[in-house]
Ligand binder design. Sequence first.
Ligand code: ADP
Ligand code: ADP
Length: 223
Amino acid sequence: SGTVNIQDLTKVYGEGDDELVAVDGMDLHIEAEEFVTVLGPSGCGKSTVMECIAGYLEPTEGEVLVNGEPVEGPDPSRGVVFQENRLFPWKTINQNVRFGPQMRNAVDEDRIHSLFGQMGLEGFEDAYPHELSGGMQQRAELARLLANDPDIMLMDEPFSGLDAMTKELMQENLLDVWEDDDRTVLFITHDVEEAILLADRVVVMTARPGQVKDVIDVDLDRP
Ligand code: ADP
Ligand code: ADP
């Protein structure tokens, strides 16, 4: 599972003179286990589309179906990562990573332990987010997301703030996670190289109001 069906999605912010059409009648189908990048100029509506899939925003018109069902609010099966991490600053990395499963009384110790290994965070369990480098914070954010075992990973420019070398390592890390665990990934970026490097398909959006301009199948050897 992990299909996403965006049908004639329109999102309008504000009213009257303040009305702003961010997304205008967008259609897109994402297969289960596909890695799709969304490329488009700043302000074209990428984050808005993602937040509609996440369930943080309600469409003005049209709908988003996940596994055939309309999205009704956020769900841990759809994990979100933003450019700036949303870790709780007053909680340790360990407390952050186990927060989601704890809320659902579903902490799997083995899984959490292996996530710390997989993300190279061993020894930093008791550190606070501000004590980690930017790259490690994003790895902690990924670990937090994966602790919920999401079918769908929604990533909004997650590596934009990182230096080139850290970014490359994070990209490899993400591809490993994706290849091992059969997850659907929707990855927003305005970096053309990153979009092509990571994806099965690149969705190119028009300038606002957002619509699909082109969908490109990528057939490159991954790093
Ligand atoms: P992108 O992610 O491609 O940069 P966004 O989805 O963030 O685009 O924004 C699309 C347009 O909608 C932009 O013009 C932005 O300023 C506007 N916008 C985004 N969020 C809001 C909001 N909460 N209220 C009003 N306008 C918004
Ligand atoms: P991005 O990095 O995706 O371009 P933005 O900086 O456009 O993100 O937006 C960051 C946050 O601010 C988002 O949650 C978005 O909804 C909100 N936002 C963006 N533009 C506006 C706006 N014109 N009015 C109100 N909120 C906005």
